[in-house]
Design a protein around this ligand. Structure first.
Ligand code: MCU
Length: 386
């Protein structure tokens, strides 16, 4: 009798421990494959070939994907600086210090009337989506953190004042670091904003930034990248195949010469995108299972087929995790760049209501875009992760 009670307990303890340890360790590699493959990389296979079978496996897979994206494309996102302080409410001033250096910047907070705490949307350079009543807007001057004034602006801005102009980060990563500090500040100071209900948006180049911030900053509850196109919602490989088919579309080979959004380490991959270890469907995968609504347009340069097929692949990752409704894609119609059209309003409202305002709106099956056959670009199947 005595043993029948004790033994199952021991067996559970003894058997469970190694599994937990393996998951905690995650074995994140420091070098990544560069074998050419024109199909989108398999989100459900580790770089060493093992299959991703469980949600816990996928968390580990995301760690290695994150490391690969930073190493090959984005540059390294530094951890939280040694000291972060903040003060103010409607103008929130933030100081980050590391290694004897300090930088300060501020964001403005426009709050709804009434009593909070309120959810908020961090808007790169100001919002170009309608922010509903009940949600605050935090205006973030991303250019001040990392300049984006063409090739000669590399290494300029407050991020680089702190970490050095030779730091590997491209502007997108520098901005994500700024967003990370804004959340630190919201946790430090009672501004009336709930730090657990923060979304991020930006359009076009700033849409690439909003996507990368949602991917790299796990405290972001909802990503709302708008018309990010190449470097955001488009997959490098699909854009290359579209370019080869004669489309006027931005590719990685072009983007690295236009501006400093990416790390200089991306230069070697950008001209051969098929050799990157990851692609941008996995940028969506890094946001998963958190909320993500990808808002696009049908402007050729942004790559409508590329963004649609790439984000369909991204939604397969959400599906595998059992949360297909946590990601949506709305890309139909052509309109002026960054002028939010009314035909995307319902999707935006549903996502903001569900992920920031705790309402019970349905975000099921939001996948609107031009015809784009994702099966042309993938050679893997989508498991149901246990
Ligand atoms: C879509 O975002 C960019 C695009 O990547 C650039 O090639 C183009 O010059 O500018 C777009 C943009 O930021 O427009 C405001």
């Amino acid at each position: 009798m005595k043993y029948s009670i004790v033994l199952p307990f021991l067996a559970t303890t003894v058997l469970a421990a190694p599994v937990e340890q393996r998951q905690a360790a995650c074995n994140v590699p420091t070098t990544f494959p560069s074998t050419s493959n024109s199909k989108l990389p398999d989100p459900f296979k580790f770089f060493d070939g093992r299959k991703v079978e469980t949600k816990a496996d996928f968390e580990c897979r995301n760690k290695e994907v994150n490391a690969a994206v930073q190493a090959q494309e984005l540059g390294i996102l530094p951890p939280k600086p040694a000291t972060v302080t903040a003060s103010g409410t409607s103008s929130l001033s933030i100081t980050a210090s590391e290694g004897g250096k300090s930088v300060s910047f501020s964001v403005s907070i426009k709050k709804p009337s009434g009593s909070g705490p309120f959810p908020a949307i961090i808007a790169y350079g100001g919002a170009s989506i309608p922010v509903p009543a009940g949600v605050a807007t935090i205006t973030f001057n991303n250019d001040q953190i990392g300049a984006q004034q063409g090739g000669n602006s590399r290494g300029q801005g407050k991020f680089f004042d702190l970490y050095g102009s030779g730091h590997s980060a491209g502007a997108l990563t520098a901005w994500a670091w700024g967003v990370d500090r804004v959340i630190d500040a919201l946790e430090l100071v009672d501004t009336g904003i709930n730090p657990k209900k923060v979304g991020v948006t930006g359009c076009s180049r700033n849409g690439k930034g909003a996507f990368v911030a949602a991917a790299l900053v796990p405290r972001i509850a909802l990503g709302l990248p708008q018309e990010s196109g190449s470097g955001g919602a488009a997959c490098w490989r699909i854009s290359d195949s579209e370019k080869a088919a004669g489309k006027n579309i931005q590719t990685s080979g072009q983007i690295i010469g236009e501006n400093v959004w990416f790390s200089k380490n991306f230069n070697t991959f950008a001209t051969k995108s098929s050799t990157t270890a990851t692609d941008h469907h996995q940028l969506a995968g890094l946001v998963a299972p958190r909320g993500l609504l990808v808002i696009e347009n049908e402007i050729d340069w942004l790559g409508p087929v590329s963004t649609t097929a790439c984000m369909k692949a991204g939604r397969l990752i959400y599906k595998a995790l059992g949360v297909p409704d946590n990601m949506g894609f709305t890309g139909s119609g052509n309109h002026n760049h960054c002028s939010f059209p009314s035909n995307q309003q319902a999707e935006l409202t549903a996502f903001i209501n569900k992920f920031l305002l705790d309402k019970s709106d349905s975000t099921a099956n939001i996948e609107k875009g031009p015809a784009a056959d994702v099966s042309k670009y993938i050679d893997w199947t989508t498991p149901t992760l246990t």
